[in-house]
Design a protein around this ligand. Structure first.
Ligand code: E4P
Length: 218
């Protein structure tokens, strides 16, 4: 499963990219607002930082506006993936951009039928929002499993499932078990995947014992 970081915090993303832990980046208008950064500049910086896709979301809601904004975003770098909302206009723009050879990420997916339509529009990625469903007491994991089953029923559909809105390490495990192709999560969730108290306790015991040997590796 590919791991994408869901953030517009360039310092945090750089740290993860340098550790070789991420395969791409997703952003959205809320994350750009939170970072207080210039959108186009940030997308350019991120696209230079990682080799994989950097999802940048259009703000227009009509087809012509989306296509105009997509052209601006696409010019930034070849690895910019155009993020489009799951609306009729968004799906239309998705199909048109795919015909031009652009990668697309269809976002704000909450049902398996929406995911089916995004795949029929040839989206590169579909982003089911797992955490936001869990927030309202629905099961985001069920949605991932339903989409996986449906896509696997129709091998001609090539859209990749990008589990989104993941809030915890358990969400990441669920996404991997459900067969998501990729998962996007905040930097803190990626960092939380590294830690286990027994790893830290074990390492500290090994280091104490090593010091007692008085040896050096040189
Ligand atoms: C996905 O591309 C979205 O940017 C993101 O995962 C939304 O997460 P949230 O529900 O935590 O805002």
């Amino acid at each position: 499963m590919k791991i994408f970081v869901d953030s517009a915090d360039t310092a945090a993303i750089r740290r993860l990219a340098e550790a070789g832990l991420i395969d791409g980046v997703t952003t959205n208008p809320s994350l750009i607002a939170k970072a207080g950064a210039d959108f186009l500049e940030t997308v350019g910086e991120l696209a230079a930082m990682v080799q994989g896709p950097v999802s940048a979301e259009v703000a227009a809601t009509d087809y012509d506006g989306m296509m105009r904004e997509a052209a601006v975003l696409a010019k930034i770098a070849p690895n910019v993936c155009i993020k489009l909302p799951l609306t009729m206009e968004g799906l239309r723009a998705c199909r048109a951009l795919r015909a031009e050879g652009r990668e697309t990420n269809v976002t704000l997916c909450f049902t398996a039928n929406q995911a089916l339509l995004a795949a029929k529009a040839d989206a590169t990625y579909i982003s089911p929002f797992v955490g936001r469903l869990d927030d309202i007491n629905l099961d985001g994991g069920d949605l991932l499993r339903d989409i996986r089953e449906i896509y696997d029923n129709y091998p001609a559909l090539k859209t990749q499932i990008l589990a989104a809105s993941l809030r915890s390490a358990n969400h990441v495990t669920d996404a991997a078990r459900a067969g998501a192709d990729a998962a996007t999560m905040p930097p803190a969730v990626i960092e939380s995947l590294v830690h286990h108290p027994l790893t830290e306790k074990g390492l500290s015991a090994f280091l104490d014992d090593w010091r007692r040997t008085g040896q050096r590796i040189a």
